[in-house]
Design a protein around this ligand. Structure first.
Ligand code: FAD
Length: 387
């Protein structure tokens, strides 16, 4: 746990702690666990001990109350070691954001301290088989029945679906509302009751060693005291605000994965020799290294800028969208360039380069695809530059 009192000291202390955790506990096991798609439950326990489940939860609810720049730096460090371990706390923190900012006092007191300790592990249950980018098209319903709601429907691609136990569930409470988002409501649901089933565990290209599952609800009962903020029709706005932090987290992940690929490449380039020279002495390789290093730095700065603005309590659709778009595209480019620098050795599984390459595309797709990011960015720019 972090003990320093000034924000700068706390940031330095936690970043050093995470870096050491990655070096000591993650790097020795990542290749084997990733290949076999094993969820590293012992690392989850260590992440609990380090307080990583509470980094953004206010101190009054047992968290660390860290700022979003530190949050981004933590995700960057985790992803230098293994992107999947950042997923253990990624959607957990979107959920804690929603509860912290929109929950009732009773909901905050009931959920946040246990979530800060990692005793309750959170996730975001938004996407459905027929609704990904088009969030307003969700079909899962929550129908009022006295003091409870009956939930019916299926969620798809839910990270932490198997090992998590507490989810921000996005539902339709009014199927006929116009516009449709006014009929969307967010509930805090916990496993345990009848009618909440974990479906398929999805076999993924990358982001392995992390449970991504279907969640199936059949007449599942949730109390009206679990409706976030006690208000129907607010779920869309609540989750969109939470997803801004998700985009900062995804941008930071991309910076972390790309940095790992770059650092491996610049080291390798100075040892691997062709035509009598280290390949780092060939200009074609130098051009790659220069572009990789420059793009990573640009992505990092965009990410920190979005994080700083989020810390000021402002909406950051534009900044977080730009950071997520640029950083994720950059990561896909950099990891491919890394593979080129490694030649054939980058393509084989005993080398982490192919893992970085497989992990990169998720950041283009997740937390709003980059096509959707571009639409959001353009909408904001057109407003700002309205003639
Ligand atoms: C490994 C993994 C983990 C995930 N974890 C979670 C999670 O924890 N919780 C959760 O709720 N979801 C999660 N998701 C879901 C993810 O957020 C969605 O996959 C994503 O939002 C895209 O939705 P979709 O797959 O339905 O694609 P679609 O919405 O069907 O889009 C298909 C294609 O069409 C494009 N497109 C769609 N609409 C437009 C448009 N208007 N203009 C231009 N192009 C458009 C998209 O950009 C995309 O290229 C996860 C996904 C993956 C793969």
């Amino acid at each position: 746990m972090v003990t320093s009192r000034t924000p700068e000291e706390a940031r330095t202390q936690i970043i050093n702690m995470v870096r050491e955790f990655v070096r000591r506990d993650v790097e020795p096991i990542v290749q084997e666990y990733e290949r076999n798609d094993v969820v590293p439950l012992e690392l989850v326990e260590k992440m609990k001990e380090m307080g990583l489940f509470g980094i953004t939860i206010p101190e009054e609810y047992g968290g660390m109350g860290l700022d979003y720049t530190t949050f981004a730096m933590i995700f960057e460090e985790l992803c230098k070691g293994w992107m999947s371990i950042s997923g253990i706390i990624g959607t957990h923190h979107i959920m804690t954001y929603v509860v912290t900012h929109y929950g009732t006092e009773e909901q905050k007191a009931r959920f946040l301290p246990a979530m800060a300790r990692g005793e309750k592990r959170g996730g975001l249950a938004l996407t459905e088989p027929n609704a990904g980018s088009d969030v307003q098209a969700i079909e899962l319903t929550a129908t009022r029945d006295g003091e409870e709601y009956l939930v019916n429907g299926t969620k798809m691609f839910i990270t932490n679906g198997q090992h998590g136990d507490t989810f921000a569930l996005i539902t339709k409470t009014d199927k006929d509302a116009t516009p449709p988002h006014e009929g969307i409501s967010c509930f805090i649901v916990e496993k345990g009751g009848p009618g909440f089933e974990v479906g398929r565990h999805l076999d993924k290209l990358g982001y392995r060693g992390l449970d991504t599952c279907e969640l199936i609800f059949t007449n599942f009962r949730v109390g009206s005291d679990n409706l976030v903020g006690g208000l129907e029709g607010q779920g869309f706005q609540q989750v969109m605000a939470g997803l801004e932090t998700g985009r900062i987290n995804v941008a930071a992940r991309a910076v972390g994965v790309a940095t790992a690929a770059f650092e491996a490449s610049i080291k390798y380039a100075q040892g691997r020799r062709t035509f009598g020279l280290p390949i780092s002495r060939h200009q074609a390789i130098q051009l790659k290294l220069a572009d990789m290093g420059t793009k990573i730095e640009a992505a990092r700065l965009l990410t920190y800028k979005a994080a700083e603005k989020k810390d000021q309590g402002l909406r950051v659709d534009l900044e977080a969208g730009m950071a997520k778009l640029f950083a994720s595209e950059m990561c896909a480019e950099v990891t491919l360039e890394a593979m080129r620098i490694f030649g054939g050795y980058g393509y084989i599984k005993e080398n982490p380069i192919e893992r970085y390459y497989r992990d990169a595309p998720l950041m283009i797709i997740g937390e709003g695809t980059n096509e959707i990011q571009r639409l959001v960015i353009a909408r904001q720019l057109l407003q700002r530059y309205q003639v």
